[in-house]
Write a protein that binds this ligand. Structure first.
Ligand SMILES: C[S@@+](CC[C@H](N)C(=O)[O-])C[C@H]1O[C@@H](n2cnc3c(N)ncnc32)[C@H](O)[C@@H]1O
Length: 297
């Protein structure tokens, strides 16, 4: 059994850092993710004879969902993380689903191990945000699909919330501590530049353009924008410890690590004194934009 430390960054994040190793937050997160999974799968329109390729499968949210929903479809789990593929393969054995699964280590923009026109459906959920060569990835999705094959994608549109106004920090009003918040925002901006970081440098229009340019006909996209009180979001942490130990994505430090890197101990104490009660009371605003894209070859 591998220790957390020896896992690659993707496995560490999905299995621990995404939810701050808090099992309750994980459950809340899954409750939020299942309807997304179901929608991605329904737009992939698989039947019992289908072969589905789930790209960036992680621990198998979409892939195992497909296997559960159909008695005999086959699923290719694909990811750049060998640790996550191994983890998913162990789960498949435990669930006695391994006879219908294949595991392929590949990057979304280079699927050369998968033959041309060999799968009925391609899915991704929150994977393209990590891929710089997105046009190339769409071309690969198109290549591996059979004629009339379906592509079904869900991706967050992260740039929607940016740039944040000076008095706001991740949905919380930080007016009295705005100069400290600015140091943190500056740190994250340098880590994830809006114009060049793959998580930030695209929106829903780019997704449509890439799909069309790759040769997909019959392209659909639905953008869902949500601006709502944080208290209505059960998967957002209300525990300060979980908040501190959670990382928004695998390439980012946890909030605790970010504060340690850019704030003095006095600034940390001041910022915590302001933010902590607001986190615990969920006294903020949740802002998000996500896109579902589905298309036919
Ligand atoms: C946010 S997780 C999503 C996992 C899974 N799709 C789900 O819905 O839970 C992102 C996944 O993308 C994988 N990934 C990152 N870069 C990738 C790339 N270039 N090609 C394929 N997968 C990639 C990561 O290893 C991780 O498993």
């Amino acid at each position: 059994m591998q220790t957390t430390r020896s896992l690659d960054i993707w496995a560490q994040w999905i299995l621990h850092r995404r939810h701050g190793s808090d099992p309750q937050r994980l459950q809340a997160m899954l409750a939020h993710l299942y309807p997304i999974r179901d929608r991605v799968l329904s737009q992939a329109r698989c039947d019992d004879a289908s072969v589905l390729l789930d790209i960036g499968c992680g621990d198998g949210l979409i892939a195992f969902g497909a296997l559960e929903k159909s008695a005999s479809c086959r699923v290719i789990f694909s990811d750049i993380s060998q640790d996550l593929l191994d983890h998913a393969a162990r789960l498949a054995v435990q669930m006695r689903l391994d006879g219908r699964c294949t595991f392929v280590r590949a990057s979304a923009d280079d699927l050369h191990e998968i033959a041309d026109a060999s799968v009925d459906a391609v899915t991704t959920r929150s994977v393209l945000i990590y891929v710089l060569a997105k046009q190339r990835a769409f071309e690969e999705f198109h290549r591996v699909l059979r004629p009339k094959g379906r592509l079904s994608i869900f991706e967050p549109i992260n740039r929607f919330g940016e740039p944040q106004p000076d008095h706001m920090f991740w949905g919380f009003d930080v007016t009295p501590v705005a100069p400290i918040a600015a140091k943190l925002k500056d740190f994250y901006r340098r880590l994830l530049p809006l114009d060049s970081n793959p998580m930030m440098n695209f929106d829903e229009r780019d997704l449509i353009a890439w799909a069309e340019a790759a040769g997909f006909r019959d392209v659909h996209l639905e953008l869902q924008v949500t601006i709502t009180p944080l208290s209505s979001q059960p998967d957002m942490p209300a525990s300060w410890t979980t908040y501190l130990r959670s990382a928004a994505n695998p390439k980012c430090p946890t909030f605790e690590e970010a504060m340690a890197q850019v704030l003095t101990p006095a600034e940390r104490a001041t910022f915590e004194a302001h933010l902590r009660p607001r986190v615990e009371a969920k006294e903020g605003t949740f802002r998000s934009a996500v896109a579902y894209l589905w298309a036919t070859k």
